[in-house]
Every structure is written in C-alpha cells, then in structure tokens.
Design a protein around this ligand. Structure first.
Ligand SMILES: [Zn+2]
Length: 151
C-alpha cells in the first residue's frame, strides 16, 4: 500500500515535468504555418518567457484548448506569446514575482531566541539518545575485546 502511494506520487511528478519539457513537444498545428525564421524567433521568445516562469504547455488543458502557455508563478493559462508578454508586464504577475523574490532574499538569519531554541532541542536529543561516560567506557571495552579476538 505504501509502495502504491509512492509510485503514484512519482508518476504525478513526472507528468508535471513533461508538461514543461522543452523537447518532444507537438507544436504541429501552429508551427506548420511558420517559416524557419519565424520558428526561430518563436523559440527565442519562448526561451525569454521561460525566465519569467512562462512555460509552453505540452498538453492542452481540458476546457481550454486555446491555451498554449502557462505562468507557473500565477498558475494562469495564456493563449499566445503576445498574451504571455502582456501577462509578464501585468501588475498581478509583477507582484507575484516580487513576493517570490522577497521569500528568497529576505530570510533573516536566526536571532538569539531561535538559536537557543535549536540548542535546547539538540541537547534534548543528546540527553535522550546520546552516550554518557559509562556508555563510552563500555563501548571501548567491547571494541578492545573484539580486537583481541581477531588478532
Ligand atoms: Zn504570472
């Protein structure tokens, strides 16, 4: 049962990755009408959008077959590259972007209170599971006995 749950989760992760995968994707319909140069600039635009967390959708989402891209930050669907560019200039997207950056850069180093809390937690673990002097002595005796047996 546990194994089943584990496999299920892996499967889901793989699906999510595939959704964003760059290779092996079916641009078929839209790309067949594009010239090589247009195709190249399309790819270039997609690469640029990726930096803003916009990903090409490999599978069209149910109920919205017109969506080609998704913003991973805002979790919204976008219909085209112009749409995507409009989206990354959008206030709501910018706000999300700022929030994301804040989360990454504004993590404060631990204060004295947090440090003492961590120390207390560690000491409790040592007291519960650690070795006292007697244990250490016992272990030394066992090690020596084993050494004597094998030499
Ligand atoms: Zn967004």
């Amino acid at each position: 049962m546990l194994l089943l749950v584990f496999v299920g989760r892996r499967q889901r992760n793989r699906n999510k990755k595939n959704l964003f995968a760059e290779e092996d994707r079916g641009h078929a319909a839209e790309e067949s009408t594009l010239s090589a140069q247009e195709l190249q600039s399309l790819r270039q635009a997609e690469r640029r959008l990726k930096k803003d967390e916009i990903y090409y959708l490999k599978k069209k989402p149910h109920g919205n077959p017109g969506a080609f891209y998704t913003c991973a930050l805002c979790d919204v669907l976008l219909e085209s590259i112009p749409h995507a560019y409009k989206h990354i200039r959008d206030k709501r997207h910018k706000k999300k972007e700022r929030q994301e950056q804040l989360m990454l850069t504004e993590i404060q180093p631990p204060g004295p209170e947090q440090i003492s809390a961590v120390s207390a937690a560690l000491e409790a673990v040592v007291q519960e599971h650690g070795m006292n002097d007697e244990d250490v002595e016992k272990r030394r005796c066992v090690t020596q006995t084993v050494w004597i047996i094998f030499h």
